[in-house]
Design a protein around this ligand. Structure first.
Ligand code: HEM
Length: 404
C-alpha cells in the first residue's frame, strides 16, 4: 500500500535531516543525495528552515525560472561580501554584471589565458616540479587563481598573498565555517580600504578595477563590492577545480597516457571532473511567489538550498553517474550554475584548469598516486580533494619525485 511503502522508505532514510556540519556527510554526501533525489527530490529541512532541491530537472527550474530569485536582504553571501550581483535580480543585477563582463567574454578569456595564465602557470609548475617535491595545492592550485584575478583587476602580483589571507574569513563564513561575523567585517573593511587606496593611487590604470570605476553606471560601493566578489568567487572554487583535476588524472594513469598522446581529451577530462566533483555543491535561491515544485507547495520568501552537485549525478541524465568517465557526452552540468547568474568567470576558470593540465602534460612523462585510491573530496559547500600524494617522472628524464 502506498502509505506503507512510503513509511518503509522513510525508515531507510540515511539521515533525518541534512547536516552540513556532520563529519559523515562531509566525507561522503553522495548516498544522502541519492536517497533524497529518488525519494524526496524537493525536501523540507527543519534544521535549516529551507527546502533542499536535488534532482536535475527541479534544479534547472529553480535556476532558470522567474518563480525563484537570488535576492534576499540577509543572505549569507551578502553579509560576507556586501550587496553584489550574486544576490540581486532584475535591472540592478544586469547593470552590475554588464559592467564587469568584458574580460570574461569567451574571446577575451581565451586571449587572456594565452597571454597571462599560461606563462604564470608555467612558471609556477617549473618552480614546483624542478624542486623535486613540494605542495601542489599551496604552491600552485591556491596561488594561480588569485594571481589571475589580480591581473584581471589590474592589482599588483605581489599583493596576491595578502589578498588571499584577507579573503579567507569571508570564504569561511559563506562556507558556514566557524569564523564570526566580526572577523568578516574586519577583513572586509581592510579589503575595501585596500581597493579604495588602489583606485586613488593609480587613476586611469589598466584592469577591471579602474574600468568599473570609470564605467559611469556604478557608485563607489558597487565598484568595491564587485571587486571583493570577484576576488572571492574566482579563487576558492578554481583552486578546488585545479586540485580535483590533478588528483584525478594522477589516480588514472591510463587516462594520463592517453592525454599525453591526444590533447583533444583535455577539455573532456576537465568537464567530467567538474561534473563529478563540483567545487561548489550548493547555492541559494528564494521563492519569488507561492510556487509548487515537485508536488511540494513552497510559500513566497522560502529559502531553497539548490544542490548542484546532486543534480550533476542524477541518473536520469547521467547514466552510472558516480563513475568518472571522460568519454560521456555530457548534458550541461550545474557546476557553474545556470540561468541569469551563471558563473561570470566560467570561461576563465575552464582556461585555468585546462592550462594547468596542459602544463603538467608538457613537463611530466609519468604521473601516479602514491598510497592507494584517491580519497574523496571534503568540505561543506566548497569541496576539494585533500591529502593526496603524487609521484611523477619529468619528461626531461629527471628522477622520480613527488608532490602533495
Ligand atoms: C571552477 C571554478 C568556478 C566554479 C565551480 C564557479 C561556480 C559558480 C557558480 C555555481 C555560480 C552561480 C551561483 C548562483 O547562481 O548562485 C557562480 C557565479 C559567479 N562566479 Fe563563478 N565559479 C568558478 C570560477 C569563477 C571565476 C574564475 C570567476 C571570476 C574571476 C567567477 C566569478 C563569478 C561571479 C562574479 C559570479 C556571480 C554571477 C552572477 O550572479 O551573475 N567564478 N560561479
Amino acid at each position: 500500500m502506498p502509505t506503507r511503502a512510503k513509511d518503509s522508505l522513510r525508515e531507510n532514510r540515511p539521515v533525518h535531516d541534512i547536516d552540513f556540519a556532520a563529519a559523515d556527510f562531509q566525507r561522503d554526501p553522495w548516498p544522502t543525495y541519492d536517497w533524497y533525489r529518488e525519494n524526496e527530490p524537493v525536501s523540507l529541512s527543519r534544521r535549516y528552515g529551507a527546502h533542499f532541491v536535488f534532482g536535475y530537472e527541479h534544479v534547472r527550474r529553480v535556476m532558470t525560472s522567474p518563480d525563484f530569485t537570488a535576492f534576499h536582504p540577509f543572505r549569507v553571501s551578502r553579509r560576507a561580501f556586501g550587496p553584489t550581483m550574486l544576490d540581486q535580480d532584475g535591472e540592478h543585477h544586469t547593470r552590475l554584471r554588464s559592467a564587469a563582463a568584458d574580460p570574461f567574454r569567451p574571446r577575451a578569456a581565451t586571449e587572456f589565458g594565452r597571454r597571462v595564465v599560461a606563462p604564470l602557470a608555467g612558471r609556477m609548475l617549473d618552480d614546483l616540479l624542478t624542486r623535486g617535491h613540494g605542495d601542489f595545492v599551496a604552491r600552485l592550485a591556491e596561488r594561480l587563481p588569485m594571481a589571475v584575478v589580480c591581473h584581471v583587476m589590474g592589482l599588483p602580483d605581489g599583493d596576491a598573498g595578502r589578498l588571499r589571507e584577507l579573503m579567507r574569513p569571508l570564504v569561511e563564513y559563506v562556507d558556514h565555517g566557524t569564523v564570526s561575523l566580526e572577523q568578516v567585517v574586519a577583513a572586509r573593511g581592510e579589503l575595501r580600504s585596500y581597493l579604495r587606496a588602489a583606485l586613488s593611487a593609480r587613476p586611469g590604470a589598466d584592469g577591471l578595477l579602474n574600468a568599473l570605476a570609470e564605467n559611469g553606471t556604478l557608485d563607489e560601493a558597487d565598484v568595491v563590492n564587485t571587486s571583493v566578489l570577484l576576488l572571492a568567487a574566482g579563487t576558492e572554487t578554481t583552486a578546488a577545480g585545479i586540485t580535483n583535476v590533478l588528483s584525478r588524472v594522477a589516480a588514472e594513469p591510463e587516462v594520463f597516457h592517453r592525454l599525453r598522446e591526444d590533447r583533444s581529451l583535455v577539455r573532456a577530462v576537465v568537464t567530467e571532473t567538474l561534473r563529478h566533483e563540483p567545487p561548489l555543491h550548493v547555492t541559494l535561491r528564494f521563492a519569488a511567489r507561492d510556487v509548487t515544485l515537485g508536488g511540494v507547495d513552497i510559500p513566497v520568501g522560502t529559502p531553497l538550498q539548490v544542490v548542484l552537485a546532486s543534480a550533476n549525478r542524477d541518473p536520469a541524465v547521467y547514466p552510472s553517474p558516480h563513475v568518472w568517465d571522460p568519454e560521456r557526452t555530457v548534458r550541461t552540468p550545474f557546476t557553474f550554475g545556470m540561468g541569469r547568474h551563471v558563473c561570470l568567470g566560467m570561461g576563465l576558470a575552464q582556461q585555468e584548469l585546462e592550462i594547468v593540465l596542459h602544463g603538467v602534460l608538457d613537463r611530466v612523462e609519468e604521473l601516479g598516486l602514491r598510497g592507494g585510491p584517491l580519497a574523496p573530496a571534503q568540505g561543506r559547500t566548497f569541496r576539494t580533494v585533500r591529502d593526496f600524494e603524487c609521484v611523477y617522472r619529468l619528461r626531461s628524464g629527471g628522477d622520480a619525485v613527488r608532490t602533495t
